[in-house]
Write a protein that binds this ligand. Sequence first.
Ligand code: P6P
Length: 340
Amino acid sequence: MIVNRQIRTLDEFTIQQLRDFPNATGELSSLLRDIGLAAKRVNVEVSKAGLVDILGDANLVNVQGEDVKKLDIYANTQLMGVLKHGISCAGIASEEFDDFIAFNDPVSNQSKYVVLFDPLDGSSNIDANVSIGTIFGVYRRVSEKGSPVTREDFLQPGIRQVAAGYIVYGSSTMLVYATRRGVNGFTLDPSIGEFSLSHPDIKCPPHGRIYSVNHGNFHRFERGVQQYIDHCQRKDETNGGPYTQRYIGSLVSDLHRNLIKGGIFLYPVTTDMPGGKLRLMYECNPFAFILEVAGGRATDGKRRILDIQPTGLHQREPFFIGSRGMMDELDSFLDGAVPA
Ligand code: P6P
């Protein structure tokens, strides 16, 4: 196998960004490299899960009331560690913690970013060896530098993210992140232990033929959603259908596939989850930012996800995200959907 050694690594790419934007302080580049380091450490454990006693439950329940897997804790510890000991992050909020964490040391208090993350999303799939992922969003703090971060630094609408990304621990391990300048994907090259640019300037196809939804909830969806799903199944060749249904049950895997191939993902409210299931701050917002930069759309069925003013770190939202043309098509079935 001939590997192109001219491919830029994540470190080279982020440093090149600095050269291209001399006014940049380098803090964001440094923060992204820190996340890349944590991802490499998590990848080692994820890839040998099943061989060592790092699978299974940690006999703990997190703020979500969900059983915490040992790998959840490991991933959470690795992410918090690199960010706390770096120079770019003043504090974090994690799915695994009830409240945000202010690092509150002299260096961290001078940092200008905060990071919200889901350290290992889809961890209920670990035991079945299904791909899982890490999701993160980066915001510029709004409180005064030099002091500990406050709740307002974290409760910002998603449109204020300066970067967002995910790592998918799959057949290969990829780190994909977006800034306003674009979305770029890096594949971990085990021969050099570096994430290498493999998917430059990712664009989400304006239309696709994949729809992703948990059909088990069909009879608990609102009528408009049911009608849209029925439409996806009834499309004929004249209007590009029928669509194909793909649902892994691991958000990072489902959305990575739809980002690359085009498609739409739906996690609507159901009668037993009237607020939706997915978390606004560290699941919906990061992916909404990434998809919009790549040309897609993301809503809660009515509002643009990135416009939602959060009221809590762990609030849930109904979530519809994907190719612009498919999202526009969905809007025509949903009452009160705000046209793009
Ligand atoms: P359901 C995994 O538990 C997760 O949080 C996301 O990764 C995934 O998209 C969703 O829940 C799957 O939920 O109810 O279809 O199993």
